[in-house]
Design a protein around this ligand. Structure first.
Ligand code: ATP
Length: 541
């Protein structure tokens, strides 16, 4: 967590938490001063007002410190939030499947919020409470050690009294809730079937039945309320006993001359604060413990490489791959290790090839695509990309462009959707738009037209064309198309397919809906079945 914190603001918050923690000991000491003045035989009025002014002044100063402490804490939380969110944006937190998106969004709101409030803030709350305990306790002990012990012993009983009758209260509440549930079921029956009850002249019978149910729920509520009242009574009796018994000890000590009134007031006042601060520390600790799983999750998100906005991207150059070779690739998912999805797949794809992959649903086509992109490692066998010079080329995400059934469109301008914020010349953009068949659209709307969320103001075909134009602009060497045109009407799907086939990129495509004419335009068509690839046709027209 340290890496998300701002050291300077943390240090400022710690200092201010320590200073703010001194306000209660000072407050306690002030009360003692007033009682001390009252019980002194001869005090002049000027001294009283001077003391009042001094104490009021310091109290205001503490209020200002408290304000500063809150502001510093808010600043700390804001910086932490900024840093964590920036980090998550560039970590594998963003690499999740569609089904997990709402869970991730909920992590960004609820879980991070818990970390901010129940962990980060609590650290400083604890520092402040510890300072309060140490100084208030020292002050109380300095006044009278024995009486301090008596007060603290009694005061510590009070917070636990609600627990005495908690079990009984809970049982009564559960009983009431189950009786209410029974009454609701009964009433819902009556309301839904009122006509039937009337047709069969059964209202009187229902009243008989309902009387018992209503009585049971009303009685259960009465009993619950009585138990709450009894619990409050016990708590009040314990609280009064715990308050007055130590006061009794104090009064006796004052009468016997073993203690001044001022010391008595100090000890009494201080002990309440000590117990309160102990409770604050315990509460903060339990809140911090509850946040532990969210913090553990935060630590598990690993940074993604290459997140610098200035970094270049590998365009198809000399180091571009010339061949992709899969040799005897076997793959099983970890939760089903004895049922390999791929059982020895061999595949060779040359740069610029257009390869079509078909096969029954669930046979492993998408899995194979993940393996060749390097996002899933094969269980055995090899996947190698080689350059024209025969050198190994390490596949990186920047080598690939993906086109799936759902389009990846951003809520920004058309220009941003193509460039993703990187600078390209107008000429490069126009060329990519032309290649993807988007020139007419751009001439009508302009390159800075706003695309709404999920590309809702575009047709399915336009969304696909934008994805393709993006891939062309970035000169992706390898396009992976997984049912990319499945949701389009046949004519639009056909147009998109022709753009893909005409592109210089290597294309590996999964599609079931292609016409025989289009299928023949691919360099190779493989069928995946029972974990093996079979070459169906080779060589395009
Ligand atoms: N993450 C996963 N964990 C475990 N099993 C998986 C996982 N993803 C897919 N599978 C299983 O692996 C098999 C192949 O799935 P895959 O998605 O690769 O098939 P597909 O041929 O692309 O299917 P479709 O044509 O229906 O999209 C299926 O039986 C599927 O249930």
């Amino acid at each position: 967590m340290k890496q998300y914190l701002d050291r300077r603001w943390c240090a400022i918050s710690v200092v201010l938490a320590i200073l703010a923690g001194l306000s209660i000991p000072f407050n306690t000491w002030s009360y003692a001063q007033f009682f001390s003045l009252m019980t002194q035989p001869r005090v002049n009025v000027r001294t009283v007002w001077l003391t009042v002014a001094l104490i009021a002044g310091v109290t205001i100063l503490f209020a200002v410190i408290d304000y500063g402490y809150q502001r510093a804490l808010n600043r700390n939380v804001a910086l932490f939030t900024q840093h964590v969110r920036e980090y998550l944006l560039t970590s594998d937190f963003i690499e999740t499947d569609q089904s997990n998106v709402s869970a991730r969004l909920s992590y960004l709101t609820n879980d991070l919020d818990m970390i901010e409030n129940n962990d980060l803030r609590q650290v400083f709350t604890m520092i402040r409470a510890v300072v309060t305990v140490v100084f208030t306790l020292a002050l109380a002990i300095h006044n009278n050690f024995g009486l301090t012990l008596i007060f603290i012993a009694f005061a510590s009983v009070t917070p636990f009294t609600p627990k005495l009758l908690a079990r009984r209260t809970k049982q009564r509440a559960q009983n009431w809730s189950s009786r209410v549930g029974r009454y609701m079921t009964f009433m819902s029956d009556v309301l839904r079937n009122a006509a039937t009850v009337r047709h069969y002249a059964a209202l009187g019978l229902f009243l008989q039945k309902g009387r018992g149910i209503i009585h049971a729920s009303v009685t259960a509520k009465r009993r619950r309320d009585n138990t709450v009242a009894a619990s409050n009574l016990v708590a009040a009796v314990v609280a009064y006993v715990c308050m007055y018994v130590p006061i009794g000890f104090g009064v006796v000590m004052v009468i016997q001359g073993r203690l001044t009134v001022a010391s008595f007031v100090t000890v009494q006042y201080a002990s309440n604060w000590i117990i309160n601060s102990f409770l604050t520390i315990a509460q903060s600790r339990s809140q911090m413990n509850a946040t532990q799983p969210m913090l553990t999750q935060l630590v598990q998100f690993k940074p993604l490489p290459d997140t610098s906005p200035q970094s270049d991207w590998p365009a198809a150059g000399d180091d571009a791959f010339a061949t992709l070779q899969l040799t005897q690739v076997v793959f099983s998912y970890p939760d089903d290790p004895h049922q390999p999805v791929l059982r020895g797949v061999d595949l060779r794809v040359k740069r610029g090839d257009k390869v079509l992959l078909t096969g029954p649903s669930g046979v492993g086509k998408s899995t194979l695509i993940h393996i060749l992109m390097g996002t899933l490692p094969p269980t055995s066998g090899t996947v190698s990309f080689r350059s024209a010079a025969g050198q190994d080329v390490q596949p990186t995400p920047e080598m690939f462009g993906e086109v799936r059934q759902e389009s990846n469109i951003f809520n920004d301008t058309l220009r941003f959707n193509l460039t993703l914020g990187r600078s390209f010349s107008d000429q490069q953009i126009t060329s990519a738009l032309r290649q993807a068949g988007l020139l007419a659209y751009t001439q009508e709307h302009g390159v800075d037209t706003l695309i709404t969320e999920n590309g809702d103001n575009l047709s399915g075909g336009e969304r696909k064309r934008i994805e393709l134009a993006r891939a062309f602009l970035y000169q992706r060497q390898f396009l992976v198309v997984d049912e990319g045109t499945a949701s389009l009407d046949p004519q639009t799907a056909d147009e998109i397919q022709r753009i893909l086939l005409a592109s210089p990129a290597t294309v590996v495509e999964i599609d079931h809906h292609l016409s025989a004419a289009l299928r023949r335009k691919f360099d190779a068509h493989y069928e995946l079945n029972q974990g093996k690839l079979t070459l169906m046709t080779e060589g395009n027209e």
